[in-house]
Design a protein around this ligand. Structure first.
Ligand code: IDC
Length: 347
């Protein structure tokens, strides 16, 4: 009997308090079951915006309205698989106000896909990330994260098989974007990247004809002017520019602006506030200039990285074991800045 009275009192309190509860509680902070049951249907961005396509220099939604993706990139998913979880993505959606997650899968570094990592486990993790994004109404980028393997042609056969399987899996999802090579560098020329792209893109397109595809550019995805001069002949393609605010300054911003003004579709699929090593001091003054430029041209972007590694680009402080629901003090200096920035866009 006592129990029923308690339940009754609790119910009445909830009813009375409901109008005063925060937006987060009313709109976002429900449990997984309510989310699944469709209580969150109106907050499901992917239902609202549907499949995206490249329009001008940016992205448009299913109604032809411009949409800007903004979000976080994971660190390498083989290093930090624990952040591919429902609550983590939900925190990024509801607390950070982001609409996109990039799944970075290294090909070479630390148990990379082509250097001894379990390909089956990594593919399962990517699919899990895609499914979580679908469930939560977030766009997901599948990133073939080449780095020390400078030229994407080095692992071209693996890339073809990987994207064949992923595009088969994702063809009925309208929230997936394919990034076919993170950062070509060293001797990888624009010609060799184009050669690679011409083999990988048709494989994806055969399964998922309308999927947006991101193509990396030479010198760690900085030479977008080469793509502007000599673009690929496919529709629905964007070229990536990456910056780290403490290293890349005016000269790279000028390049971005010039290329966008020439009509090049650009996606900043990775950026950092610190230097290009992923560590060192953050440069918030430069970061502000970058963000102002990205906003001017509505360039979509993903911050590096969702992990608790001891480096300034990790947004969670080293030693914090929480894999979701981070409080202010769980976030690094850069993490707090990024969260505040994304929240400030939610207007
Ligand atoms: C860095 C990680 C670091 C890791 C290293 C591996 O932050 O923990 O040890 O890779 O070599 C990039 C790359 C991205 C880098 C990042 C920072 O896309 O993989 O991550 N960066 O160096 N391009 C420019 C900077």
């Amino acid at each position: 009997m006592k129990k029923y009275i308690q339940i009754l009192l609790f119910g009445t309190a909830l009813f009375v308090l409901f109008p005063f509860l925060g937006n987060d509680f009313r709109n976002g902070a429900w449990g997984r079951e309510e989310a699944k049951a469709g209580v969150l249907a109106d907050s499901n961005l992917v239902t609202l915006h549907g499949a995206l396509r490249v329009e001008g220099t940016g992205l448009a939604d299913q109604n032809g309205e411009p949409i800007r993706l903004k979000g976080m990139s994971t660190h390498g998913i083989a290093w930090f698989p624990e952040y591919i979880n429902y609550e983590a993505f939900r925190t990024l959606r509801d607390d950070w106000k982001t609409n996109c997650v990039r799944l970075a899968m290294y090909t070479e570094e630390y148990n990379g896909y082509c250097s001894g990592g379990s390909q089956e486990e990594l593919k399962a993790l990517v699919k899990k990330g895609v499914d979580l994004g679908t469930e939560l109404g977030m766009y997901v980028i599948i990133d073939w994260h080449i780095l020390s393997d400078s030229d994407p042609n080095i692992h071209k056969e693996d890339a073809i098989a990987f994207f064949e399987e992923m595009s088969q899996y994702c063809k009925n999802h309208n929230n997936v974007i394919y990034e076919i090579c993170n950062e070509p560098n060293g001797y990888a020329t624009w010609d060799s990247i184009k050669r690679y792209a011409r083999e990988v893109i048709p494989v994806i397109r055969a399964n998922d004809p309308d999927g947006v595809i991101l193509v990396g550019t030479p010198t760690w995805s900085q030479e977008i002017q080469m793509a502007a001069e000599d673009p690929l002949e496919y529709e629905n393609i964007m070229y990536t520019l990456h910056f780290y605010a403490a290293t890349h300054t005016d000269w790279l911003r000028v390049r971005l602006e010039e290329c966008v003004q020439q009509g090049l579709p650009v996606f900043v699929s990775e950026f950092g506030l610190c230097d290009a090593s992923g560590n060192g001091q953050n440069d918030f003054a430069q970061a502000e200039q970058w963000m102002a430029l990205l906003e001017t041209y509505q360039v979509s972007c993903c911050g590096w990285n969702l992990a608790n590694k001891e480096e300034s680009s990790s947004v969670i402080v080293a030693g914090c074991e929480k894999t979701s629901g981070w409080a202010q003090e769980d976030l690094s200096e850069g993490g707090q800045w990024l969260r505040n920035y994304y929240r400030s866009l939610d207007r």
